[in-house]
Design a binder for this molecule. Structure first.
Ligand code: A2P
Length: 282
């Protein structure tokens, strides 16, 4: 992200009313997020406990002995004492080291064999140490969640699973499984991503051009983006829309003054294509 744009955007977001901030070490802007939060606390606009910051454990840091030092590094970058939620970003590990995307001489990723359950135990220890108020996962499928849930001696369940979720990828089965286990689904790419071909499957059509979302939006004087976000929160999916544009940051917050009918919810659910924008081919 261009230097400074994250700092400004987070400040605008907090002024607009956002309190949940989704971050990660690999976004390389945690120093700006931390600065924005601390500036807003210093201004008296918010207290630390008003903010819900989610940080993520990257793939190169899965070995249990690396988990706490990695979180401590994130806290140092943020200059905060704790994160509200710390999640395992992906259910597979890369070789530990300085390379974020370690590759061999043939350009192939270098994976690392680790035990997700052992990583989870180290996450539990971070919660016990007060460094993370809650712990969760991301990009986990049902089997991977079950591995954790069925782990002998499990101390804390994952409170949430952050996965791609929006009208074109509604995740009905995973949503139901997570509901049964009291795991909150946090939906990433709720607007259908930035369509950056370096990491997005752009052969799937743009979500916000969808005629149904636009037609429903017209009825409420809302945009397709607002309808997509409203759809998700109305089915109990937490949304983390990304915008660095002040007007769109505000627009994405104006979703609490209307509601979709059951018929409209069904119409939008029917848009599901079961196709991911974010394929995570690694
Ligand atoms: P920008 O940062 O310029 O606003 P997602 O959250 O699904 O990953 O989508 C993020 C993408 O959607 C970004 O490219 C962002 O661009 C754009 N975006 C965010 N809010 C809106 C909106 N209300 N209408 C249209 N595009 C939006």
């Amino acid at each position: 992200t261009p230097k400074g744009s994250c700092l400004e955007s987070v400040k605008i977001a907090i002024d607009t009313g956002y309190r949940h901030i989704d971050g990660a070490f690999v976004y390389f802007n945690e120093h700006e997020v931390g600065q924005a939060i601390r500036d807003k606390i210093a201004e008296g606009k918010i207290k630390r406990e008003d903010i819900f910051y989610c940080g993520k454990l990257w793939n190169t840091c899965h070995p249990p002995e690396l988990v706490r030092p990695t979180l401590e590094k994130t806290l140092k970058i943020l200059q905060l004492d704790y994160v509200d939620l710390y999640i395992i970003e992906l259910p597979m590990a890369f070789k530990p080291g300085d390379a974020i995307y370690p590759k061999d001489e043939n350009g192939k990723f270098i994976y690392h064999e680790t035990d997700l359950c052992a990583t989870w135990e180290a996450m539990e220890a971070c919660k016990d140490a007060g460094l993370a108020k809650s712990i969760g996962v991301s990009n986990f499928n049902r089997r991977q969640l079950e591995m954790i849930l069925n782990k002998p001696g499990l101390k804390y369940k994952p409170v949430s699973n952050q996965v791609e979720c929006h009208p074109y990828f509604t995740q009905p089965k995973l949503l139901e499984f997570c509901r049964q286990h009291d795991i909150v689904i946090v939906g990433y790419s709720p607007l259908g991503t930035s369509r950056d071909a370096s990491w997005v499957n752009v052969s799937s059509p743009p979500l916000l051009k969808d005629p149904v979302l636009n037609a429903i939006g017209k009825k409420y004087n809302k945009t397709a983006a607002q309808v997509a976000l409203r759809f998700s929160i109305q089915r109990g999916v937490v949304v983390i829309p990304k915008s660095f544009n002040p007007q769109r940051i505000k627009e994405n917050f104006q979703i609490f003054d209307f509601s979709l009918t059951e018929k409209e919810m069904k119409e939008i659910e029917a848009l599901n294509k079961n196709v991911r924008y974010v394929e995570l081919l690694m």
